[in-house]
Design a protein. Structure first.
Ligand code: RET
Length: 290
C-alpha cells in the first residue's frame, strides 16, 4: 500500500489502511471515547447542582464549567461516532480496516473544541481569585491570545504528523511557545491569587496548579504519541507499536480531558466554597434565598 495515498490524514488512518486494528485496540478506543463524554455529562449535573453552594460572585466559574461540559460532551460524542464510522470489521482477517467511502478519522474536532474550552478554563480561575497586582483584563487577553494561537498552530501541525516530520515539529514548536506563556501566566495568577486567602483554600490552590500542569502537559504528549512509542524516529504504521500509539493517544486525551476540565472545575468549586464560608456565606441558610 502506498504510504502517501492518504495525504494529510492522521496516522490512525494509516494504521487502518495497513495492518488494521485488532478487536481490542478498536474497542478500547471506542470505549475510552464513550467514557469521555459520559463523564462530561455527569459532571455537567454536578456543576449545575453545586452552583448555590458558593456566593453569587463566584458563580460565573460554575457557569463556565457548564459551558465546557456541554461543548466537550458533544464533541466527544461526535469523535466517538467518527471513530466507529471510519473503520469496518473484516471477518476474513478478523481485524478492523479503514471503511470504504466513509470520512477518515480526524483529531481536528478536538482542536476546534479547545478554541472554546481553553479560554473558558483559563478565564474560570479569574472569577475565583482576586488579582492584586495584575490587571484582570490584561491577564484575560493574554490567556485568550496565547490559548488561541497555541491551538491554531497545533491544529495546522497535526495534519503533517505522517507526511512531513519537519512541518509537524515546526508548528508544534511554535505552539509550545504560546503554551509556555500560558504556564507562566497561570503560575502568576495562582501565586497572586493565593495571597491572603484562608489556609485551606491556599492548599487547594496548590493542588490546582499541580493538576493544571499535569493535565495540560498530556496534550502535547498525545500530539507526539506516534513518535513516542518505539522505534520513534518515524511513526510506526504497523504492528503492536502502531496499535499502542493509536490507543495510547485517545487514552491520554481522555485522562487529560477529565483532569483539565472536570477535576480542575471541582477543585475551583471547593476553593470558592471555602472562600464563601470565610466571607460568612452559609449555604444552609443563604442558599435558599440566593
Ligand atoms: C498542541 C500542539 C503541540 C504543542 C502543544 C500543544 C498543546 C496543547 C494543549 C491543549 C490543551 C487543551 C485543553 C483542552 C480542554 O478542553 C496544540 C497539542 C504545546 C496544552 C486544556
Amino acid at each position: 500500500m502506498d504510504n502517501y495515498s492518504l495525504g494529510n490524514a492522521t496516522f490512525e488512518n494509516y494504521v487502518g489502511i495497513g495492518d488494521g486494528l485488532s478487536e481490542m485496540a478498536f474497542q478500547m478506543v471506542a470505549h475510552v471515547l464513550t467514557v469521555g463524554y459520559a463523564v462530561m455529562f455527569a459532571a455537567l449535573i454536578y456543576f449545575i447542582l453545586t452552583i448555590k453552594t458558593v456566593q453569587p460572585k463566584y458563580r460565573t466559574t460554575a457557569v463556565l464549567s457548564v459551558v465546557v461540559m456541554v461543548s466537550a460532551g458533544l464533541l466527544l460524542f461526535i469523535q466517538a461516532q467518527n471513530w466507529i464510522n471510519a473503520f469496518t470489521f473484516d471477518t476474513e482477517a478478523g481485524r478492523y480496516f479503514l471503511a470504504d467511502g466513509a470520512a477518515l478519522f480526524n483529531n481536528g474536532y478536538r482542536y476546534l473544541n479547545w478554541l472554546i474550552d481553553v479560554p473558558m478554563l483559563l478565564f474560570q480561575i479569574l472569577f475565583v481569585v482576586s488579582l492584586t497586582r495584575s490587571s484582570f483584563s490584561s491577564v484575560r487577553n493574554r490567556f485568550w491570545f496565547s490559548g488561541t494561537m497555541m491551538i491554531v498552530t497545533g491544529y495546522i501541525g497535526q495534519y503533517f504528523e505522517v507526511t512531513s516530520f519537519g512541518l509537524f515539529v515546526l508548528w508544534g514548536t511554535i505552539s509550545t511557545i504560546f503554551f509556555v506563556d500560558i504556564l507562566i501566566t497561570m503560575n502568576k495568577v495562582i501565586k497572586e491569587g493565593s495571597e491572603g486567602i484562608p489556609a485551606d483554600a491556599q492548599r487547594y490552590m496548590g493542588y490546582i496548579w499541580k493538576v493544571f500542569l499535569f493535565s495540560w502537559m498530556l496534550y502535547p504528549g498525545a500530539y507526539l504519541m506516534p513518535y513516542l512509542i518505539p522505534p520513534g524516529l518515524e511513526p510506526s504504521l504497523t504492528g503492536l507499536a502502531a496499535e499502542a500509539a493509536v490507543v495510547g493517544r485517545q487514552l491520554t486525551y481522555t485522562v487529560a480531558d477529565v483532569t483539565s476540565k472536570v477535576i480542575y472545575g471541582i477543585l475551583l468549586t471547593i476553593v470558592a466554597q471555602i472562600m464563601s464560608n470565610a466571607d460568612g456565606y452559609d449555604y444552609n441558610k443563604d442558599g435558599e434565598t440566593n
